[in-house]
Design a binder for this molecule. Structure first.
Ligand SMILES: NC(=O)c1ccc[n+]([C@@H]2O[C@H](COP(=O)([O-])OP(=O)(O)OC[C@H]3O[C@@H](n4cnc5c(N)ncnc54)[C@H](OP(=O)(O)O)[C@@H]3O)[C@@H](O)[C@H]2O)c1
Length: 258
């Protein structure tokens, strides 16, 4: 498949977070338009000023992505107005079973699936009509290495990221022939509030700016799966191909027992 055109207009959901903010900064340059979504208005304004100082034109939108109809309608409208080249579906949340293994609260599980899965799909749904009409565009879905093999401490999060991985792979097969590039991003541990709030070991932790540079470069090459860092990527992929009983034993040995 051909390489995508260098994106001039980039929409990022969850731009107010660690990875989203770093992505906004790597795409912030003269001639580019950034469309940044988040809930934290103060952080959105701060980020917009930073990106504008680098020469980018910036549009911001405060929106709770759980309002899926509003989200999809906004993405649809802005995609028609601005001819968005690249949509980075990044907004996400994480929950865990708690320090004593009590379990995830059902309300939290539902909220997580709403944000990580349904809102991600609503974003894509809003972006597709304009991209399909033009026969070009790129969609980057932020999954996680946790998609390879469910982690005991974060079963719902792992499931949500596995859903996004499969969704992105399916979209790529469907939309590639139409000229729309779809990429699945699978980061390991990247420094952000979400990562800091996570229990358990965090080997090979990357700063967000490094992750953003690697994602940008993988997207420019239209890599179907952009997964990093190498040792953790290889290890977690290995867990998905071994017999599950062996994978569980390995995870327990390295401290991922919930
Ligand atoms: N950090 C890691 O180690 C890691 C690893 C693998 C994958 N990821 C994925 O990377 C993505 C970005 O995460 P991050 O690490 O940058 O975490 P983060 O700093 O906590 O950022 C999360 C972002 O999602 C937005 N968001 C969450 N719920 C929302 C809602 N209901 N409505 C609107 N926006 C909402 C937040 O916006 P507000 O703050 O404005 O509410 C924020 O911009 C997520 O999809 C995450 O699962 C992260």
């Amino acid at each position: 498949m051909t390489r995508p055109a260098v994106p001039k207009t980039v929409l990022i959901t969850g731009a107010t977070g660690g990875i989203g903010g770093a992505l906004a900064e790597v795409y912030a340059e003269a001639g580019n338009t950034l469309i940044l979504q988040g809930r934290n208005v103060a952080r959105l304004a701060e980020l917009a000023a930073l990106c504008e100082a680098r020469g980018a034109r910036v549009l911001t939108r405060e929106l709770d992505v759980r309002n899926r109809d509003e989200l999809s309608a906004w993405v649809h409208e802005i995609s028609q107005q601005e001819q968005v080249d690249l949509v980075i579906v990044n907004a996400g949340v994480n929950i865990n079973i708690g320090p004593d293994g009590a379990g995830e609260r059902w309300e939290d599980v539902q909220a997580l699936i709403e944000v990580n899965v349904l809102a991600a799909m609503a974003t894509v749904n809003g972006a597709l009509p304009s991209m399909r009409a033009r026969g070009q565009g790129q969609i980057a879905l932020i999954s996680s290495l946790a998609a390879y093999f469910g982690l005991a401490a974060t079963p719902s999060y792992s499931a949500s990221k596995a859903a996004i991985k499969a969704y992105g792979e399916g979209l790529r097969g469907w939309l590639g022939p139409e000229g729309i590039h779809v990429n699945v991003i699978m980061p390991g541990y990247v420094d952000s509030q979400m990562c800091r709030d996570m229990p358990g070991p965090k080997p090979f932790l990357w700063p967000a700016d490094k992750a953003a540079r690697v994602i940008k470069s993988g997207l420019a090459r239209n890599q179907s799966r952009i997964s990093f860092p190498f040792p953790l990527n290889f290890g977690t992929w290995g867990l998905s191909v071994l017999r599950p009983a062996i994978s569980q034993r390995i995870l327990r040995l390295v401290g991922y027992h919930g």
